[in-house]
Design a protein around this ligand. Sequence first.
Ligand code: NI
Length: 167
Amino acid sequence: MALLSILHYPDPRLHKVAQPIDAVDDAVRQLAADMAETMYAAPGVGLAATQVDRHIRLIVVDVSEDKDRLMTLINPVIVDKDGETVHEEGCLSVPGIYDKVTRAERIRVRARHLDGREFEMEADGLLAVCIQHEIDHLNGKVFVEYLSRLKQQRIRAKLLKQAKEAM
Ligand code: NI
């Protein structure tokens, strides 16, 4: 297992669209394990492969309090959604920034397990928000893009300054 480095906004690689995974092989399973370790260490509640500069459709999430409900979703697709919920979101790729985003309240997701089997699940609350946020990453979208242009400009400037100071 290994900790992976996480891309920070406004890195253009965060806007790449991830490719579907054809075969769930050992390389995919290893990446999923490393992503889970990276997410827990951060700590965070979700991580998409895009954020570690691997552009394939793989996400890990764990919104449980005890951090014992790891879910790994391969090629996740939202097949149904309803309702509306507003949540204050953060992102490991946008450190220190939190803001409200409106998303579907309930979703139905189709995906594959690490053993390649297809399954469907329903999610609501924080889990639904988190899965939608991570699928956005696979589509090259970062949550700050839901905010006003002015806020996006401020966040971009702040993170660029932080990155400069860290060098
Ligand atoms: Ni994120």
